[in-house]
Design a protein around this ligand. Structure first.
Ligand SMILES: Nc1ncnc2c1ncn2[C@@H]1O[C@H](COP(=O)(O)OP(=O)(O)OP(=O)(O)O)[C@@H](O)[C@H]1O
Ligand SMILES: [Mg+2]
Length: 510
């Protein structure tokens, strides 16, 4: 509980709820996304909404934002029954949302996006005023460096997410909903988002905060509601809980180990990176990956950690330096060239290049290796089915839903498909950016275990991640980056959380 918070818990019982949801249900085909859900939100309160991937969190968010019509159930705002569908009604009722999948229009400018879709924005607003207003909003979320005239498609994923939050500030809403606003962000930006949300709640607005990053919950939420398989558990004050208790509520069981045991590393180098230079790096980078090794690269937004991964994947040019795979020089000229040598790459942005939303799970899972189950140009349906099924079951993807379009999956399940599809390609080296973004704790543990299994088979893995706990728990070797430079590289045992955070912030930390 935040000290001095307007909603002091004790007075809560007498207080009229800002939002009251009763026995809300929503079904998609044969998936019961919400099953008689109860949900309550008080004025000035931050409520964390938690649950495994597919538990129904985003479905509730979509109902409240008027994007989805519920099958049954009632919703009250400040004591009055409301209909929130379609979204214009939800807006009028004072609900504003930052959705899980960003929704800015990429071909418009930042300034235009900031005032899009808002009632009451004068259409003849002078560009100069628009610009000034946009600048204020951008600086509120720490995007001072972005020119309001920039096209949104030029922004990084993190910047887009911060832009979404800036968009929400424009609206004078009573109920603010954030669906995984920090999934794409590094520590620095997360701080900013949490500060913005605290301020909004202190002003008396009510906030629903969806996340898989559980430590955040204890920094920002007054209470916690957990969804399990479309059903709601009664809300609990955060002060009564800890991370383990929340995990047990989410999974319905205890989580034994988050990070699997490390294995032994091969003696020879698998991948040698020598004086690599690429866009986003201001100094050449050198390091070695041994068979069985996970090298974690970490830093703030734009630090260069992702730049290294993208260069090794053959995604960018110009690139210079030498990279040897099994002592043979590797051409980084193109994605096709690196893929051919067994370099698998899983991008941080599954929406742009990770998955094909309209294709089935099976087609997505088999896309990197489908040719290997083809005979004379014909794809073996059986081969594809068997191998996809195998990957799906290893990754806790529902095997019965392999024909479902990936776009219909919950966010975290889409991420599992994006990572899992590379397993069938039998790579030598896996390059991963933010591999567990939006993935629930249970599935995250499974992904980590799987990466370790690959290591045991002699693979080398590079993970670029902004999640400090992940980098520390998963990696054998950790390299930190700051503004385009590799600043330190050491075995995991020589790092602590503090040392890692300090190195990542570098001289910025006073
Ligand atoms: N448009 C749709 N068509 C079919 N099924 C859907 C659709 N939208 C959601 N679902 C299903 O409803 C269930 C709940 O999904 P939802 O997106 O609410 O989960 P979530 O709790 O937000 O998960 P995550 O943590 O992964 O984001 C899932 O099984 C999902 O596949
Ligand atoms: Mg979701």
């Amino acid at each position: 509980m935040t000290p001095g918070h307007v909603n002091s818990g004790t007075g809560g019982a007498a207080e009229k709820p800002r939002l009251l949801v009763r026995r809300l249900s929503k079904r998609y085909g044969n998936v019961q996304a919400l099953a008689e859900v109860d949900f309550e939100l008080r004025p000035g309160e931050v409520m964390a909404l938690l649950g495994e991937n597919g538990a129904g969190k985003s479905t509730l968010v979509k109902v409240l934002s008027g994007l989805v019509q519920p099958d049954t159930g009632t919703i009250e705002i400040d004591g009055a029954a409301v209909t929130l569908y379609p979204s214009a009604r939800s807006q009028t009722a004072g609900v504003a949302v930052v959705h899980q999948e960003y929704s800015s229009v990429p071909t418009l400018s930042v300034a235009e996006n900031l005032v899009l879709g808002q009632a009451g924005v004068p259409s003849l607003w002078l560009p100069g005023r628009l610009r000034a207003r946009a600048r204020d909003l951008l600086s509120a979320v720490g995007l001072d460096h972005i020119d309001p005239g920039t096209l949104v498609e030029r922004l990084s994923v993190a910047e887009m997410q911060l832009l979404e939050i800036a968009r929400l500030l424009v609206r004078d809403a009573r109920i603010l909903i954030f669906d995984e606003p920090t999934a794409a962000l590094a520590d620095r930006e997360i701080e900013r988002v949490l500060a913005v949300i605290k301020r909004l709640a202190a002003e008396g607005r009510s906030v629903i905060y969806v996340t898989h990053r559980l430590p955040e919950v204890f920094r920002i939420a007054d209470r916690v509601t957990v969804f399990r398989n479309g059903r709601s558990l009664p809300a609990r004050p955060t002060s009564e809980l800890n991370v383990d208790a929340v995990i047990t509520m989410m999974l319905g069981r205890e989580l034994q180990t988050m990070f699997p045991k490390r294995g032994t590393l091969g003696a020879q180098a698998l991948l040698q990176v020598e004086a690599l230079k690429a866009p986003g790096l201001v100094e050449p980078v050198s390091f070695v990956i041994r068979p069985g090794e996970i090298v974690g690269l970490t830093g703030q937004l734009g630090s260069g950690a992702s730049a290294v991964v993208e260069a090794l994947a053959g995604m960018v040019s110009p690139v210079s330096g030498r990279v040897l795979l099994d002592d043979k020089e590797l051409s980084l000229r193109s994605r096709a060239a690196t893929l051919k040598r067994g370099i698998a790459y899983c991008s941080a942005d599954r929406k742009r290049d990770g998955t094909f939303a309209v294709r089935s799970i099976r087609e997505n899972l088999s896309s990197p290796w489908v040719r290997s189950v083809a005979r004379r140009g014909w794809i073996s349906a059986r081969g594809e089915r068997e191998r996809s099924g195998d990957i799906a079951s290893r990754f806790a993807i529902d095997v019965k839903r392999l024909a479902t379009a990936v776009g219909a999956l919950s966010g975290g399940n889409q991420q599992k498909v994006a990572v899992g599809k590379w397993l069938g390609a039998e790579p030598r080296v896996m390059l991963l950016e933010e591999p567990t973004r939006g993935v629930d704790v249970g599935a995250r543990a499974e992904i980590y275990q799987h990466l370790r299994d690959l290591c045991a088979a002699g693979l080398g893995i590079v993970v670029a991640s902004s999640d400090t706990a992940e980098v520390l728990g998963l990696s054998d070797t950790i390299a930190t980056f700051y503004r385009g430079r590799l600043t330190a590289i050491r075995p995991h045992a020589e790092w602590t959380v503090d040392a890692l955070v300090r190195e990542v912030m570098h001289q910025e930390a006073a």
